[in-house]
Design a protein around this ligand. Structure first.
Ligand code: ATP
Ligand code: MG
Length: 590
């Protein structure tokens, strides 16, 4: 990550721009604003699209593109299309087509009735290619891939003309028709645009428009054995759909002259129904994750993760299963903005966005992830009465369901003689500033009272198994004339329900996992072996009835999501969506 890359804690992406200033409009909005001002388009003509290739599940980078494209259409009152770029049948599957639609909808983008497929345009693209042949702008070439590479030249040297470049229009038409009819084997012929083998832009050195691939296509079956290239298909699809602003990622910047060249040729032939404009923006990169579909697929097929929806994956599926909300993802995309320069965004931005939303909507509960038993004896009672009547309730505590939203009400949580607290909330040899449980130390039990640790019980191995504490039900009671500083969460041992909780860390151990740790290594060597920890937690009884998909803040532990697949009625399994920013967040005295 570049040194000056922003993090949510040190940088506001819109720093210094007040909402009304033109600077607060991103460069794409500025382009569109100018198009409206010049009269090129009316606002309702503004038309964008999201063009995924159905060869994998969507990831958070795609979400950025979806939010950007659908957001612009919504902002101007224009339209947004979903178009499957299904021009490469070898890697594409219906499973992906279905999942992509579901994820785009989940994100809140609406294509209304404008769901399209590049394959719908195969006949028209074929016709237009024929028109280019007739105009002397395209030819059938017999060079194989290897020879074509040799002819292509380099960034510093011009390419060489193909020996097939000067075929006659008639010959080209005949060969192209035969390519379509299936007369030739894969890779033996291509259709190429006739532009300029000496162009400084290698994309203009007679780029391939069609390849022969005798492959079954999930929509067109065996109807076609020639498939258009991205460069030939994309701009024409945009034009057919009336896309005004075709937004893509920066690696296509050098393809723009070709995008325009195809549009120009068809316009000259009066074939182009509309004139789209390609605009490039920087793709989203995030720390501690990979975003290449090939790598994500590898993680799945080689079982480094449980699937596309593994909560550690940067896929929309994974984020959904982790407990992310679409609002959080949209806010994140809005906040990081659009740029013309590649950078890597700190994962903290994404985590902060979900934290912020869940803080608003998630009711509070108490759960203990690593339980340590504590036996409470009301102050004034002899200590040896500890443990004699474990089911006795010492106090019915009224706890807020949400501290900032009183309308969410309160719930009653009973405190018994035995409770669980986090193992980490006790320290035998504690430093002075440790304001939780320690021998002789006092702590506030959230909403219940003050516990003072009198005895530490250990097993034969010397492990702490239990604490004995005296208990004062007055949460504001002073100890030795001083206010008790620390507050911890707890659950009542008698009533506690056990449930499975999955705790996640980054899937990769390093900020930039794309870079292998050694020369002969791969990105897989960067996998974090400790990215998943499963614990059996003790939770307050109200959580046991949580429905799959419910979200909670477990006090001091973070935000948790009842897993939609693994939760059973009466036995939810929770995924930690994100920790609280300040783990030892100062729970106020109650
Ligand atoms: P590939 O082309 O290698 O299969 P891709 O990630 O480009 O991978 P597409 O399905 O072509 O996959 O992407 C659909 C759209 O999403 C494209 O317009 C692309 O520019 C955009 N997109 C993909 N990755 C990102 C990213 N990391 N950030 C922003 N936009 C992205
Ligand atoms: Mg792509």
């Amino acid at each position: 990550m570049p040194k000056d890359a922003p993090t949510p804690h040190n940088h506001d992406p819109n720093d210094g721009d007040d909402a009304a200033s033109p600077k607060s409009r991103n460069f794409i909005q500025q382009i569109i604003d100018a198009d409206l001002e010049s009269g090129k388009y009316t606002a309702e003509q503004i038309h964008t699209r999201f063009p995924p290739e159905p060869n994998g599940y969507l990831h958070i980078g795609h979400a950025k593109s979806i939010c950007l494209n659908s957001g612009l259409a919504a902002e101007y009152g224009g339209r947004f299309n979903l178009r499957f770029d299904d021009t490469n049948p070898a890697k594409e599957e219906q499973e992906y087509v279905d999942a992509i639609q579901d994820d785009v909808h989940w994100l809140g983008a609406d294509w209304e009735d404008r769901l399209f497929y590049a394959s719908d345009y195969f006949p028209r693209l074929y016709e237009w290619a024929t028109a280019l042949i007739k105009a002397g702008k395209a030819y059938v070439c017999d060079l194989d891939a290897e020879q074509m590479r040799e002819h292509r030249g380099t960034l510093t040297e011009p390419g060489k003309d193909s020996p097939y470049r000067e075929r006659t229009v008639e010959e080209n038409l005949e060969l192209f028709a035969k390519m379509k009819a299936g007369d030739f084997a894969d890779g033996t012929k291509t259709l190429r645009a006739k532009i300029d083998m000496a162009s400084p832009n290698v994309n203009l050195r007679d780029p391939v428009m069609y390849r022969i691939k005798h492959t079954h296509h999930q929509r067109t079956g065996d109807q076609w054995c020639i498939y258009p290239s991205y460069d030939w298909a994309h701009g024409q699809e945009d034009a057919i759909e009336g896309i005004t602003h075709s937004i893509c990622t920066l690696e296509f910047e050098n393809h723009r002259p070709l995008y325009d060249w195809f549009c120009d040729q068809l316009a000259e032939l009066n074939l182009l129904p509309a004139r789209p404009r390609q605009i490039e923006f920087a793709r989203l990169n995030l720390t501690y994750t990979v975003m290449s579909k090939r790598k994500l697929l590898q993680l799945v097929t080689e079982h480094h993760v449980a699937g596309w929806d593994d909560p550690r994956m940067p896929t929309i599926r994974g984020l959904r299963r982790r407990g992310y909300t679409s609002e959080a993802i949209r806010n994140f995309c809005e906040r990081i903005g659009v740029a013309r320069q590649n950078s890597t965004i700190d994962m903290l931005w994404l985590e902060d966005a979900v934290r912020e939303h869940l803080n608003e909507i998630a009711p509070r509960r108490m759960a203990v992830l690593r339980p340590l038993r504590v036996v409470l004896t009301p102050e004034g009672e002899p200590a040896d009465s500890a443990g004699t009547s474990t089911s006795e309730v010492l106090k019915e505590c009224q706890l807020d369901n949400h501290p900032q939203q009183p309308e969410l009400g309160k719930r009653t949580v009973s405190l018994g003689r035995e409770i669980y607290v986090e193992q980490g909330d006790f320290m035998e040899d504690a430093p002075k500033k440790f304001f939780r449980l320690k021998p002789g130390g006092s702590v506030r039990l959230r909403g219940a009272g003050i516990a003072t640790c009198n005895e530490v019980v250990k097993d034969s191995a010397g492990e702490v198994t239990e604490l004995h504490c005296s208990f004062n039900p007055d949460t504001t009671a002073l100890v030795d004339g001083k206010k008790v500083k620390g507050t911890i969460h707890w659950v009542n041992a008698q009533a506690a329900v056990e449930c499975q909780v999955r705790l996640y860390d980054h899937l990769f151990a390093v900020e930039n996992p794309d870079k292998p740790p050694t020369e002969d290594g791969t990105f897989l060597d960067n996998i974090n072996p400790a990215s998943l920890e499963t614990v059996t937690a003790k939770v307050e009884p109200s959580i046991a009835d949580a429905a799959a998909g419910e979200r909670f803040q477990f006090e001091r532990l973070g935000y948790f999501y009842a897993d939609p697949v693994d939760s059973q009625p009466g036995a939810p399994a929770f995924n930690r969506t994100v920790t609280l920013r300040d783990t030892w967040g100062k729970a106020k005295a109650k």
